[in-house]
Design a protein around this ligand. Structure first.
Ligand SMILES: Cc1ncc(COP(=O)(O)O)c(C=O)c1O
Length: 380
């Protein structure tokens, strides 16, 4: 290695990244096995992962796809809403989650958030309900569950379907029930840095066997049978029909093999995240310039992100970066992007201006967590 490379590596070693993709023992062997199987595309491992993840969450009618964005898109699509119908959603989320509403020619309507959790506010949702409202989409910010009893009670009162964006929430629970086991449509992400990383992937829990069957068709161009079944089963025919316009959203067996090898380690990774979160929260409890988020004891977060609020957020982020600590700003209010309608959501605006997400992943060592804590206390 040249001197330059050595210097680069030493600098990189000092940088503490925001997230990370932890790969469990067994992933490499699972990948090699599927590569040698002759079938790394969508097939039996994706089916097996659907069952395993449904058992883990207590969810029903699972459909594995290649991203959470795909799962959310299919969820919206399955509702068959009239063009122009409104979907009430949070502005403080990953923009892709709200883009899927536009994919279907629908209108996102942004409800304000709870200032102390970052989750969508149920009273604010109610203020947004109109005769045109077609659905509610909620997101469990950072892995901390929304108040689902209140969300589902409101949805029942107005007879509205609920989509839960569970991208952050694999392994989280609300009142002792895992996220993914409630009544609506739930979309999960297995993207590279998520708590359950399959490099890429997603899964949608649907509300009935019929809905799951339609989603299976939609995830593969609307074709009414899987390529694996048609080409690998001697008894099946290669003739197929296309039921409706679909997409190329199926999960490959390569990603499913990784997901299956990772799943038994999800709780362990989340427990490490929880202990890092507890250390951060404890350390910042006496730092006046920093506010930590509120946590109710009827919910268990999956601690996908660890967020603080700080009025001098941008200065703090720059100072931390100068010390080799990478932070995030999850999320800029989506209502500020020109592709969406604007909205009067003052809590979301305040949150987006103050939120800073700190390094959080199971690979963070003791000394790295200490470095982050010391730097935040020192610089805030
Ligand atoms: C809240 C939220 N929703 C949806 C997504 C989309 O997930 P994916 O990358 O699997 O499409 C993400 C990804 O980061 C996310 O953070």
């Amino acid at each position: 290695m040249s001197d330059n490379n050595t210097a680069d590596k030493q600098t990189a070693d000092k940088i503490i990244g925001l997230g990370g993709a932890a790969m469990a023992d067994g992933v490499e062997a699972a990948v090699i096995e599927v590569l040698r199987s002759g079938w790394p595309g969508p097939g039996p491992l994706a089916d097996r992962f659907e069952g395993a993840f449904a058992d883990y969450c207590g969810g029903v009618h699972p459909v594995a796809v290649n991203s959470c964005t795909a799962a959310l898109h299919l969820a919206v699509r399955l509702l068959d809403l009239e063009p122009g119908a409104e979907v009430i959603t949070t502005p403080v989320t990953f923009v892709g989650a709200n883009e899927v509403i536009l994919y279907e020619g629908l209108t996102p309507v942004f409800a304000d958030i709870e200032p102390d959790t970052g989750n969508i506010c149920v009273q604010a949702i109610e203020r947004c309900v109109t005769a045109r409202t077609g659905a509610l989409m909620v997101m469990h910010y950072s892995g901390y569950p929304c108040d689902l009893d209140a969300v589902y009670a409101l949805a029942a009162r107005y007879d509205l379907p609920v989509i839960e964006d569970c991208a952050h929430a694999a392994g989280a629970s609300y009142k002792s029930r895992r996220i993914g086991s409630h009544a609506g449509l739930q979309a999960f992400s297995f993207q590279a840095t998520k708590n359950l990383s399959a490099i890429d992937g997603g899964l949608l829990f649907t509300r009935s066997a019929e809905e799951a069957e339609r989603a299976r068709c939609l995830r593969w161009m609307g074709i009414d049978s899987s390529t694996y079944t048609r080409t690998r089963h001697p008894a099946s025919s290669n003739v197929y029909s296309v039921r409706e316009l679909g997409y190329r959203y199926a999960m490959s067996d390569l990603n499913a093999a990784i997901a299956l090898a990772q799943l038994p380690h999800l709780d362990e990774g989340n427990a490490i995240r929880a202990s890092i979160a507890a250390r951060y929260s404890d350390a910042f409890s006496s730092t006046p310039a920093v506010r930590t988020l509120a946590r109710a004891n009827d919910r268990a977060s999956s601690h996908h992100l660890y967020a603080i609020l700080c009025e001098r957020r941008d200065e703090l982020a720059a100072a931390l970066r100068a010390r080799g600590i990478v932070t995030g700003t999850h999320y800029p209010g989506n209502h500020r992007y020109p592709i969406f309608n604007s909205a009067d959501v003052p809590e979301a605006d305040r949150f987006s201006a103050q939120v800073l997400t700190l390094p959080m992943h199971p690979g963070l060592g003791e000394s790295e967590v200490n470095r982050v804590i010391d730097a935040v206390i020192d610089l805030a």
